[in-house]
Design a protein around this ligand. Structure first.
Ligand code: UTP
Length: 464
């Protein structure tokens, strides 16, 4: 069989896959060839060389605590944060901002049968994660009279269902021309020793999304960045589908990012405990970086300053603010993103039910762009106001803890306005409370809207 795709496989050193394709009946071979044609073979060749066949020794790096704009502790800090908020609001009014929702992940830990964004999460209405985020985008647009383009990153594992869900729900009221869905790239799993590309079925490669760091290549391929430039947008906020407490296009984050003249900024919250499985912000070889919890040496994880405070406390929420020109440099490869190797169990034609890691997957992480930025800002916000991700089916970071955090935040906002919220022995509200983002996006939005003497005496939904 003579085929340019087979030639390309041979030149990328993938002889085994080329031979397997030659041995297949034509219809199966064609299906496989189409899949092979959709992957970036030169990239796979480089990753196999650098991360599997000839991995370089990792240079030891010097790690120190990150420089973080901490929660305000006095009047001067509060004034600076207020100024940041106003700068961010002005950027939104001026139409300089777009938001990207990262929703291409597989959600393996949650084990939900649909895209994670379709998970019902709101405490009273059961609105899904997608709806909560879309409502936040709509609310921001109305508030600032701006377009605020909403970009949704999916991957082949969930694109079809995600698009269908948004269409069925009429984009949750957002204008069709203001929502753009783009698909991130896929990369094949390879054999940990030979680097051979693996198949999950005779006519199907074992493919998975190329990590949230794939956002830059994907935005480049979809010609999104040029379009944003034409529309006068210079600031992009990215956020993750699994955290409904996040306010999309948070003015305070945008303002802090712009005031610092940063190319990339990160929203952080304090870790609950040293051993919490959360990536922390640090200074690595003098540059801002995120250190994954699995890479932080135990001595550093528990290290404290003279006052007893954790040194590596700043957990990343995965929310970033990016300068558009910087994103373009990453998309065009002028500032190339590194990839990581992860040894995973992947069902393959040779081993349909592996009991131990049998494959290497390659993933890029968005936070790896931080050390490539000329300037960064790291901004702390109150955890209970901004961060309650859904990662696992039960226990920590599960739908149950996330819902409880949504209720708790709503209860606090109401109490700040003088309402009475009955609380049980654990301190949790006795009733489910939900505040739709179109009704309020912050405690301040409730000001003057709660009747005096108001008592929560049953499940409560505040919406327009
Ligand atoms: P996670 O790293 O938590 O991954 O993604 P996940 O896919 O949601 O869950 P696990 O690890 O398989 O259990 C954080 C955010 O990044 C997005 C996810 O959709 C989520 O919003 N993401 C992750 C992507 O958009 N693409 C990817 O390739 C990976």
């Amino acid at each position: 069989m003579i085929d340019p795709v087979i030639d390309a496989l041979e030149s990328a050193g993938q002889h085994r896959l080329a031979d397997s394709i030659r041995a297949l009946p034509t219809d199966q071979a064609d299906r496989l060839l189409m899949q092979v044609a959709s992957i970036d073979l030169p990239l796979v060749e480089r990753l196999v060389r650098e991360l599997v066949r000839e991995p370089a020794e990792e240079e030891p790096s010097s790690i120190g605590p990150a420089d973080v704009d901490r929660l305000p502790s006095g009047d001067a800090d509060s004034a600076r944060r207020r100024e940041a908020f106003e700068v961010g609001e002005q950027a939104l009014r001026d139409g300089r901002v777009a938001v990207v929702l990262l929703a291409g992940g597989q959600g393996t830990r949650l084990g939900f049968d649909h895209p994670k964004g379709m998970l019902p999460i709101a405490p009273v209405t059961d609105a899904t994660l997608f709806e909560v985020h879309a409502a936040g985008v709509g609310a921001t647009r109305r508030r600032y009279g701006c377009d605020l383009p909403f970009l949704l990153m999916t991957s082949d594992v969930n694109d079809y269902e995600t698009r269908g869900f948004f269409e069925q729900n009429m984009l949750f009221g957002l204008q069709p021309d203001s929502v753009t869905t783009f698909v991130q790239g896929m990369l094949p799993a390879v054999d940990p020793v030979t680097g051979d590309i693996l198949r999950e079925a005779p006519d199907r490669l074992a493919l998975s999304p190329d990590g949230h760091g794939g956002i830059f290549r994907a935005m480049g391929h979809a010609a999104i960045l040029g379009d944003l430039e034409e529309r006068g947008i210079d600031t992009i906020v990215t956020f993750q589908v699994d955290n409904p407490l996040m306010r999309p296009a948070d003015p305070e984050l945008i303002g802090a990012h712009l005031m610092a003249r940063a190319e990339m900024s990160t929203l952080v919250v304090a870790k609950l405990a040293p051993e919490e499985r959360m990536g922390v912000m640090a200074s690595v070889d003098g540059r801002t970086a995120l250190v994954e919890y699995s890479d932080l040496p135990p001595a550093l994880e528990a290290a404290r300053d003279d006052a007893g405070s954790l040194l590596y406390w700043a957990g990343s929420t995965g929310v970033h603010c990016l300068d558009r020109a910087f994103a373009t440099r990453l998309a065009t490869g002028q500032a190339p993103m590194p990839f990581h190797r992860a040894d995973k169990r992947v069902p393959t034609v040779d081993d349909p039910d592996p009991q131990a890691p049998n494959a290497v997957k390659f993933e890029a992480f968005m936070f790896d762009a931080l050390p490539l930025a000329s300037r960064t800002a790291t901004v702390e916000m109150a955890r209970e106001e901004r961060f309650a991700p859904v990662k696992n089916a039960d226990g920590a970071d599960s739908p149950a803890t996330c819902r409880a955090a949504m209720v708790d935040r709503a209860a606090r906002w109401l109490e700040a306005e003088g309402a009475t919220v009955p609380r049980g022995d654990t301190g949790a509200s006795e009733f489910a409370i939900e505040i739709d983002p179109r009704y309020a996006q912050d405690a301040a939005d409730l000001r003057g809207r709660i009747p005096s003497g108001f008592v929560v005496d049953g499940p409560l939904l505040l919406r327009n």
